[in-house]
Design a protein. Structure first.
Length: 557
């Protein structure tokens, strides 16, 4: 059956009964001819507060030009965004994960409210990317996701630096290894313009994962935000969405179990962010595709680490683009039988067909052949045990310790832990425990980059472990366990840990263990009482009342 590209909008604007709607549209510049074409939502999250999404308006203009050229009528829609990097370490960081739901909700509401036939969603910072995929999965209208692109690296003393160097510089300055003036020089150099964080942190991890899942055109994500090619990429995305619309390709046809596994494979093969676990679980939930936290460990275990990307490796996102980009990564994995090549993409072609166009830059060593993998297994590991019955997530880039055992240093919030680190109160061998920062307890599951980067900056990255029911930034490195579930706010075992308890990380055997006998844990549990909610009204209270466990993606439906 032929797909009707105006199936939704004709109900909104056609016929005598819809004259008022046409009149409103004409008041803002649309013509009768415009309204006879398919209506395409071009949604973005431009905001004047951060670099990640700062180029969205100009990209939206190019996308809209592409839509018009291909016979559609684009309409611009704006939503919010919260900068993880700017809000990091403050109460404002709690807004970040909450914003994922708000962004998805607002895109969904606009799409339904205006009966859009199709959508291009332009994304940048961390939560905008999964939010776009979640919204498309809910709406199931023809559409695609376009990443605004990575920021260029800064230059400092002859080397590339990123925002990770700034966070770690805080710890170096506290330890006295650099001066306050040197720290400010790093601050001035690290972020030279528009674009999302520059290495394989959460934004670039998720943007490349969406290409491997088929929701974004392959080769579009790694083109930098300030690269002249980005405007052409945006124009082609506008043209492409009309092709997707006319062919009736729907998001839920693309988002299959194999598609989601490809997203995991992309992240695992490049040492990507642990946040991919949280976000792919949420996308799978919206698409109605069964996916569990243990699947990430299983898929990662069979995926070689072949992308030498920061924070665990040497290179930034733009280096990956110059080396050959996501097509080359896909080609390497397909050649080794490590990727589902038959997954459909928004171009109408499969991943395998897209990978055939890969062009490798001679001599590059960013994306390695599988036989020269940095590590035979991927970077995502799920630990379970009496301290994390539902699981927790760590990232293993290849050089971390496989075992750590030490005394717990317990903190009830991130600020207290950060103060202890910067006051030099954490010592080699310790296990830092930060609790009451989970989806419900935070609320909002803050990232702990300030703490983890300060530990690295003080030289403790290889001798201290950390666990939390909160999250980690994609820039985090070291033996760090996040998403510990159940969280402290609901009485998870992390709530029962006391100062000095011995905790062990056994990565090889996938165990996170609190070395306290069952009888003592039961005594502590009987004495435990939940804390009152931190917010009694407003968006944070609503979120805390509805949000699920991190092991389920921290979704709110």
């Amino acid at each position: 059956m032929t797909y009707d590209p105006r199936a939704r909008s004709r109900i909104l604007v056609d016929g005598p009964g819809r004259a008022p709607a046409r009149s409103y549209f004409k008041s803002v510049g649309f013509t009768s001819e415009d309204l006879r074409r398919p209506l395409v939502m071009v949604a973005h999250s431009w905001i004047g507060t951060m670099p990640c999404n700062f180029n969205h308006r100009e990209l939206a203009a190019e996308v809209m030009a592409g839509v018009r050229a291909a016979g559609g009528t684009p309409m611009e829609v704006n939503t919010i965004s919260i900068s993880d990097g700017i809000s990091m370490g403050t109460e404002g960081m709690k807004a970040s994960l909450v914003s994922r739901e708000i962004i998805a909700d607002s895109i969904e509401l606009a799409a339904v409210g205006y009966s859009f036939d199709a959508a291009v969603i332009i994304v940048g910072c961390d939560k905008t990317i999964p939010a776009a995929a979640m919204a498309l999965a809910r709406l199931n209208i023809p559409g695609l996701v376009l990443y605004g692109g990575s920021i260029a690296p800064g230059r400092y003393k002859g080397r590339d630096i990123t925002i990770q160097d700034v966070f770690e510089g805080v710890g170096q300055q506290a330890a006295g290894t650099i001066s306050e003036e040197e720290l400010e020089e790093i601050v001035d150099a690290a972020c030279p313009g528009a674009g999302a964080c520059g290495a394989q942190y959460t934004a670039n991890t998720m943007a490349t994962a969406l290409e491997f899942m088929g929701l974004s055109p392959m080769g579009s994500a790694t083109v930098g935000a300030t690269d002249a090619r980005k405007r052409k990429v945006a124009f082609r995305a506008g043209e492409l969405v009309m092709k997707v619309l006319n062919e009736g390709i729907l998001p839920r046809q693309i988002l299959t179990r194999e598609s989601l596994e490809n997203g995991i494979i992309c992240a695992a093969s490049t040492g990507g962010s642990t946040n991919v676990v949280l976000h792919l679980l949420a996308i799978a939930h919206e698409a109605g595709v069964p996916l569990e936290i243990d699947d990430f460990d299983r898929v990662s275990e069979r995926t070689p680490l072949i992308g030498d990307m920061r924070p665990g490796g040497r290179y930034v996102a733009l280096d990956m683009d110059r080396a050959g980009g996501t097509r080359l990564l896909a080609k390497r994995l397909l050649e080794a039988g490590k990727l589902h090549g038959g997954v459909l993409t928004v171009t109408g072609r499969t991943i395998a067909e897209e990978a055939e166009e890969a062009v490798e830059t001679p001599g590059q060593d960013v994306i390695l052949p599988v036989e020269k993998a940095l590590k035979p297994t991927g970077g995502l590991v799920i630990l379970k045990g009496n301290l994390a019955p539902e699981g927790c997530v760590i990232k293993v880039a290849g050089h971390e310790r496989m075992y750590h055992e030490g005394p717990a240093r317990v903190f009830e919030c991130e600020e207290d832990a950060f103060q202890a680190v910067t006051n030099r109160q954490i010592h080699a061998g310790d296990v830092v425990v930060i609790r009451n920062e989970g989806p419900k307890g935070g609320p909002g599951m803050r990232e702990m980059l300030g703490v983890t980067a300060a530990l690295v900056g003080e030289g403790l990255g290889e001798s201290v472990a950390l666990l939390t029911d909160g999250r980690f930034s994609g820039a985090t490195r070291g033996l760090m366990a996040g998403h510990v579930a159940p969280e402290a706010a609901v009485g998870g075992p992390i709530a029962l840990v006391q100062e000095g308890d011995i905790i062990s990380f056994d990565v090889k055997n996938r165990k996170l263990t609190l070395h306290v006998d069952d009888a003592e844990l039961e005594r502590r549990r009987a004495a435990w009482t939940p804390r009152p909610p931190k917010y009694q009204r407003g968006v944070f209270a609503k979120y805390a009342a509805q949000v699920s466990s991190a092991s389920k993606g921290a979704v709110t439906s």
